[in-house]
Design a protein around this ligand. Structure first.
Ligand SMILES: Nc1ncnc2c1ncn2[C@@H]1O[C@H](COP(=O)(O)OP(=O)(O)OP(=O)(O)O)[C@@H](O)[C@H]1O
Length: 449
């Protein structure tokens, strides 16, 4: 059985069925779409490794799917099916970033080996990314935690003191304030550094799966539990387990976790005997746990067990003095990553960063800087490189009634998208999900050049 999912985009039903059968026989999971619209939908909802796509489709040219896929960072590979003798299409497809092309009808014997090669590349790329992430995490040390505001310095100092002990740590802060980065840095500075750091977000999955994920299960514990499964708590034995969004953990799991903290023991789902572990727990939440306790949603005894070291990471808007440092750091990082000559920021750009609300905190600032570095055509970032909501936030016109006018918003949005795609109208129309002629009409209406 080969692993991987293939999306087949072909409007001719007979050929689609034939290819479906041939590829399924290789053991791949195959999804099919008969036009570009259906293909885009599948790409948005499914994890697809390789796309096999016809060039001539009823709702457009298949090569546009290559561009669509490359709009977001992805490892998905696309192979084009081109008509016999259509060299220009094949060249275009490769230039747009397709993995390869096959001439329809003529190259049948090449299809399967080519899919295998594309799949190998995808797996390799995924593996490299996974390793890069692992390495990056390994070096998430206190040194890498930037920011020199008093709040940040106090948080770093407390974390550095907590690190060598084996005590639990509770990290408090809004989303994107750096809780996971702190947790990794604490792990790296602890005596468990050469063991695993595993993380789970308690809000992302349902109660039963969360219990199996954290504590594991015995074979036969429930339908589908064919084999014993180790939970993260056992996988991370001798290392650190980071429980993000602990405020969302159901009460009965809180009781099980308390037992781990008190006795280092737990019982797997469907098991009768206890399992012992040596683990350090770091937990994080953006909820007010005192309130959760009052409401009966969080166990008080667990709270006291966890808060041996409580580290609060204040929202970015409350430590505006850190914003230029973060912005400069991310500017250097993304300029390096994208190989662009972007060297600094205009004073107005920085001023807007300082007064923005940053509800997504450092994560939002990081994304804003990445976007700015990608779209700029200059060596200095200016306010033009900021997303539209910044302009709305700050423009004096914001106070005026006219700014609530939908047409004003639409005009700004079109201008911004046109900047983003560097004037490529068909790409802009595609991104905005409107037809090219509609885009032309609106640009004329709003006097956009
Ligand atoms: N002090 C810091 N220095 C450099 N980068 C940081 C810092 N804090 C956070 N970041 C970056 O900001 C992003 C968000 O950080 P992180 O995931 O640690 O936040 P979080 O509080 O755990 O978020 P959530 O609650 O949503 O899971 C990450 O990409 C991280 O690299």
């Amino acid at each position: 059985m080969n692993s991987g999912t293939i999306l087949l985009v072909e409007d001719e039903e007979k050929l689609r069925q034939l290819l479906y059968r041939i590829i399924s026989l290789e053991g791949f999971r195959v999804l099919a779409a008969e036009n570009l619209k259906a293909a885009r939908k599948q790409l948005q909802t499914e994890q697809i490794d390789v796309v096999l796509c016809d060039v001539m489709l009823p709702d457009g040219n298949g090569i546009s799917l290559v561009e669509y896929i490359h709009e977001a960072p992805t490892s998905t590979a696309i192979i084009m099916l081109t008509a016999y003798g259509n060299i220009p299409d094949s060249v275009k497809a490769i230039k747009a970033g397709a993995f390869d092309y096959i001439t329809k009808g003529n190259d049948n014997a090449r299809i399967i080996p080519l899919i295998h090669r594309a799949m190998e590349r995808v797996h390799l790329q995924n593996r490299v990314e996974h390793l890069q992430e692992k390495i990056a995490n390994k070096y998430a040390t206190f040194h890498g935690l930037i920011g020199h505001s008093p709040a940040m310095t106090a948080a770093r100092e407390l974390a550095a003191k907590a690190a060598p002990s084996d005590a639990p740590v509770l990290l408090l802060g809004e989303t994107g304030t750096g809780k996971e980065m702190f947790a990794q840095a604490i792990h790296q500075a602890s005596k468990r550094a050469d063991k695993d750091f595993l993380a789970i977000n308690c809000s992302a999955i349902g109660k039963d799966i969360l219990e199996s994920e954290i504590f594991g299960y015995k074979a036969g514990a429930f339908t589908g539990a064919a084999k014993n499964k180790k939970g993260l708590i056992e996988e991370a034995n001798h290392g650190t387990l980071f429980l993000d969004e602990i405020g969302e953990m159901p009460l009965d799991l809180q009781a099980k976790l308390l037992r781990v903290l008190e006795t280092k023991e737990f019982i797997k789902v469907g098991d009768t005997k206890v399992t012992r572990v040596d683990i350090r727990i770091i937990a994080a939440t953006n909820r007010n746990l005192q309130e959760e306790i009052e409401q009966g949603r969080f166990r008080e005894d667990l709270y006291y067990r966890l808060n041996v070291f409580t580290i609060s990471l204040p929202p970015l808007r409350e430590r505006a003095e850190d914003i230029p440092t973060f912005a400069a750091h991310f500017l250097r990082y993304f300029a390096g990553k994208t190989n662009k000559q972007v060297l600094d920021m205009s004073p107005e750009f920085l001023q807007q960063l300082k007064t923005h609300q940053w509800r997504g905190n450092i994560r939002e600032l990081k994304n804003t800087m990445e976007r700015a570095v990608i779209i700029t055509n200059h060596t200095t970032l200016t306010t033009d490189d900021l997303p539209m909501e910044f302009k709305l936030d700050k423009s004096p016109a914001r106070q005026k009634q006219s700014n609530f006018d939908l047409a004003v918003m639409e005009k700004m949005h079109i201008k911004w998208v046109m900047e983003y795609v560097k004037g490529n109208k068909s790409r802009a129309a595609r991104l905005m999900n409107i037809g090219l002629s509609t885009l032309y009409r609106k640009m004329e209406e709003y006097g956009i050049g």
